[in-house]
Design a protein around this ligand. Structure first.
Ligand SMILES: Cc1cc2nc3c(=O)[nH]c(=O)nc-3n(C[C@H](O)[C@H](O)[C@H](O)COP(=O)(O)O)c2cc1C
Length: 174
């Protein structure tokens, strides 16, 4: 399948089947994340694989709607290992952590799709809750959660999936 087809097929899954994701598939997804580029190749991503009932409960407590997924990746970055740009005059000492984590997560999201899984990108949580509930080291900054699993019989794209702006509204050739 081409990348374009993968991108076309992907949608946010909010009705996961509870069945477990195979270990080898999880490994492949994590490997795809590992291949992602990062600022200056510093690879500051730190990934917590949420799979125990206790960890799931904590994630939900933080506000993350996991939609019954059997496994989820909490993607963080290490603030001590992220590339920072001290010369940026708009953002003071701009750090690439959110970008690094996003491209790692995107790689994992599309690898999951290729393996027949579905995903949900989640940022609707309170970061302080995540830090406290998971007792994260103070240098680990949570960015997003990627919920993963198989689709269920009731799976379907939500209405927003079909709503994309025209390129003319978001792209300017200069
Ligand atoms: C940065 C980001 C944060 C998101 N946070 C959430 C979230 O907390 N909960 C949720 O249900 N969906 C979340 N989504 C999914 C979006 O709502 C979804 O991608 C969008 O509505 C388009 O639908 P589609 O993914 O089905 O194409 C998030 C997506 C992104 C990229």
């Amino acid at each position: 399948m081409s990348f374009f087809e993968l991108a076309e097929q992907r949608y946010s899954e909010r009705h996961f089947d509870p069945r477990a994701v195979e270990r080898d598939k999880l490994q492949k997804i994590l490997e795809a994340g590992r291949l992602a580029p990062t600022g200056c190749n510093y690879q500051p991503q730190r990934i917590y694989v949420i799979q125990s009932g206790e960890a799931m409960k904590k994630a939900v407590e933080s506000g993350a709607s996991l939609c019954g997924c059997p496994v989820a990746m909490l993607v963080c970055y290490d603030i001590n290992e992220v590339w920072k740009n001290p010369r940026d005059r708009y953002f003071e000492n701009y750090n690439c952590g959110e970008q690094d984590c996003s491209i790692v997560a995107a790689n994992m999201m599309y690898e999951a799709q290729e393996l027949g899984l579905r995903s949900l990108w989640i940022r609707g949580f309170d970061a302080l809750d995540i830090i406290e509930l998971f007792d994260l080291p103070e240098n680990h900054i949570p960015v997003m959660i990627l919920a993963l699993g198989y689709p269920s019989e009731t799976s379907r794209p939500a209405h927003l999936h079909g709503k994309r702006k025209e390129l003319s509204e978001t792209v300017k050739f200069i």
